[in-house]
Design a protein around this ligand. Structure first.
Ligand code: KG4
Ligand code: ZN
Length: 337
């Protein structure tokens, strides 16, 4: 499939959670624009994403975000070859806003239309990086986000084998829940990343939840262990930095152990990290130090939700002739394979 040479200019839309994003991506690798309107400040007051509020906000800003993406790319809709949009997994009300916008544009301008899996988008964020010409299959991709912790063996474009995933909470969910009990601002992931270097990673010994066999993860016990530890302290004297550092190290160790195990077993050329948690500095550093193959990750802006990654994934579908009908539905719990 690598041999297929076809140019594409894709307008991509992503509204699966709390970011309203639109991008124009050329040939699956060049970002001409990538507009991201984050609702994070809006949801901070609730300590998490409030689905109804999220979909309403998407409706408010989606037109302006799409327009800005086209303007920054110096393009009109006539210059676009395909309209792509995230169809799942995600929040149903949020997904519907992006999918309906994309359908409307595709119908009005008679353009090809593609519904893209959000996880596949995260995986393709690596094709938007400086590593693009070094990428060789088979690859191992660890997708770590607010909703997912999944290990995929990728043997070609669009060819995935699911090796393992979380049995309970996603890694990002654990970061956000622990952030909340530590009294940190939402979302907890970036806040813990920032605080942890000032604390001791060995102050508390939290469970690693590294099951002996397979490539699955479990983070709910770790979250409970942190909550239990906190009960020993008076709220005002909480050693937040030490708790953050010890928790972060436990998550990172579990992720590194399983990823290394899979990388060795499948003889991959490299390990790719993707998804919001792949912005975590300790995760990046430890993976790079401890893995026996090159470790690659996107810049932080392409780790968290964005439409450019949807455009990158859509390119491979587009050049392989895939097209979706305009009656395509959103699938909130869409699996990659
Ligand atoms: O990929 P993403 O934007 O949305 C989902 O598809 O879920 O990931 C968001 C998640 C949140 O849980 C957030 O706390 C986490 O990624 N995150 C981080 C960092 N930046 C974002 N977790 C740890 N360290 C970070 N630097
Ligand atoms: Zn995501």
């Amino acid at each position: 499939m690598n041999a297929i040479k076809q140019n594409s200019r894709i307008l991509a839309i992503e509204t699966s959670c709390d970011e309203t994003s639109a991008a124009v991506v050329e040939d699956g690798r060049t970002i001409l624009s990538n507009i991201i309107a984050s609702q994070v400040d809006l949801h901070a007051q609730f300590g998490g994403v409030f689905p109804e509020v999220a979909s309403r906000k998407h409706v408010e800003v989606i037109h302006a975000v799409v327009q800005q993406a086209l303007e920054e790319a110096h393009m009109g809709l006539d210059d676009i070859d395909c309209i792509a949009v995230t169809r799942g997994p995600g929040l149903v009300g949020s997904l519907l806003v992006g999918v309906n916008m994309a359908k409307g544009l595709a119908l009005a301008r008679n353009k090809p239309f593609l519904g893209i899996n959000h996880i596949e988008g995260h995986i393709y964020s690596l094709w938007l990086t400086e590593y693009v010409d070094e990428i060789e299959f088979p690859l191992l991709t660890l997708v770590v986000s607010g909703g997912h912790t999944e290990l995929y063996l990728m043997t070609d474009h669009g060819q995935y084998q699911h090796l393992g995933g979380t049995l309970d909470d996603a890694a990002g969910e654990a970061f956000d829940k622990v952030g909340r009990v530590l009294g940190l601002p939402f979302p907890g992931g970036p806040a813990i990343d920032k605080l942890a270097p000032s604390g001791s990673a060995t102050a508390f010994k939290f469970p690693r939840a590294v099951m002996e066999d397979g490539y699955n993860f479990s983070f709910s016990g770790l979250k409970t262990a942190v909550s239990r530890q906190i009960k020993h302290f008076n709220k005002t004297k909480l050693p937040v930095e030490d708790l953050a550092a010890s928790f972060q190290t436990a998550v990172v160790e579990a992720l590194v152990t399983k990823t290394e195990r899979a990388a060795s077993a499948y003889g991959v050329t490299a390990v790719h990290l993707a998804g919001g948690v792949s912005a975590n500095r300790e995760l990046r550093r430890t993976m790079t130090e401890q893995l026996s193959v090159p470790v690659r990750y996107p810049p932080p802006i392409l780790c968290t939700d964005n439409a450019a990654m949807i455009g990158a994934a859509a390119h491979w579908h587009f050049v392989n002739g895939h097209r979706d009908a305009l009656n395509l539905d959103v699938i909130p719990s869409l699996q990659l394979i």
